[in-house]
Design a protein. Structure first.
Length: 141
C-alpha cells in the first residue's frame, strides 16, 4: 500500500524537517513510517541530517585534549583478597574475621604431540554399476 504524498503533506514534511524534528516524530505526525519520511526527504533534496548514532572512535575526540591520568598510567591488576570467614567466640563483641587460604590453581599438564603419521592413500571400494533397466512387458518404456 503506497502512500500518496499530497502537496499539503509535502509542505508539512518540509516544515517539520526544517524545525529539526526526528524522522520518527515526523512520521508519527504524518501517519507514515520514518523510512517513508527519510525516502521522501531524500527525493525532495532536503538537507541531510547528521546520524544520531554516536560512536566512540578516536576521530571523535579532540586532538588537543590530554588523556586522563588514570588511563595513561597502566596499573597491574591486584589479586583478589582471600574471603573472610567469621570465627565464633564466646563474646559476640570480639568476633573477628580470619582469612582462609585459597587453594592454589591446579597444575597444568603439558600434553606431548603425537608423532606425525605419513599420509597413506587408501583405495576406494569398488562401486557396482547400476542395474540395467528392465523393459516392462510388451517392450514399451
Amino acid at each position: 500500500m503506497a502512500m500518496e504524498w499530497t502537496e499539503e503533506t509535502i509542505a508539512r514534511l518540509r516544515d517539520l524537517w526544517q524545525q529539526g524534528l526526528s524522522t520518527a516524530e515526523i512520521g508519527r505526525q504524518l501517519s507514515v513510517t520514518k523510512n517513508a519520511v527519510v525516502g521522501k526527504a531524500h527525493r525532495l533534496g532536503l538537507k541531510p541530517r547528521p546520524s544520531p548514532i554516536r560512536r566512540g572512535t578516536k576521530a571523535d575526540k579532540p586532538a588537543d585534549k590530554a588523556p586522563d591520568a588514570a588511563v595513561a598510567t597502566a596499573v597491574p591488576p591486584t589479586p583478589a583478597p582471600a574471603p573472610a570467614v567469621a570465627v565464633p567466640s564466646a563474646d559476640p563483641a570480639t568476633i573477628t574475621a580470619k582469612a582462609v587460604p585459597v587453594a592454589p590453581p591446579a597444575p597444568t599438564v603439558k600434553v606431548e604431540e603425537a608423532p606425525a603419521v605419513a599420509s597413506a592413500v587408501i583405495p576406494a571400494a569398488p562401486v557396482a554399476p547400476p542395474p540395467a533397466a528392465v523393459a516392462p512387458p510388451g517392450g514399451q518404456c
